[in-house]
Design a protein around this ligand. Structure first.
Ligand code: MG
Length: 161
């Protein structure tokens, strides 16, 4: 690959509370709890945005899309991802691949992983095999294990021809 490559990583966490929507990787997942957030609380997309921004040292998602702004109240995080990726593309870079790890105790998300990958790949206009989504429990340890929250890590490689 003859191009200028950059790497980025991102992390996000949201608190879970009963009766809220659970949206992960752009997919709404039926569950008794959802994320407490200013936006839709999609930790996968927020971690992915931070990874993309980090790859070009462009700050973080809270800087670009502040949770004090009414513009972003309840916003679909796919919009934030698209806007983040435009910043990357404006600088001549495109995504090579993204690898995401989701940490949550429940529910099982295996049935939704392909839909998440397809959703994220569509927003980023890359092949589905360029977007990996993996999930693990924390063996009932910590806040994630107690189902108080959900976490995500993302790593990205971007390239400028
Ligand atoms: Mg967040």
């Amino acid at each position: 690959m003859n191009c200028d490559i950059r790497i980025g990583n991102g992390y996000d966490v949201h608190r879970l509370a009963p009766g809220l929507k659970l949206v992960l990787g752009g997919v709404e997942i039926p569950h008794t709890k959802g994320c407490v957030a200013h936006s839709d609380g999609d930790v996968i997309i927020h971690a992915l945005c931070d990874a993309l921004l980090g790859a070009l040292a462009l700050g973080d998602i809270g800087h670009h899309f502040p949770d004090t702004s009414a513009e972003f109240a309840g916003i679909d995080s796919k919009v934030l991802l698209r806007r983040t990726y435009v910043m990357i593309q404006e600088r001549g870079y495109s995504l090579v691949n993204a690898d995401i790890t989701l940490l949550l105790q429940a529910p099982k998300i295996a049935p939704y992983v392909m839909q998440m990958r397809q959703t994220l790949a569509a927003v980023l206009d890359v092949p589905v095999d360029a977007v990996s989504v993996k999930a693990t429990t924390t063996e009932k340890l910590g806040f994630t294990g107690r189902e108080e929250g959900v976490e995500a890590y993302a790593a990205v490689l971007i390239c400028k021809e």
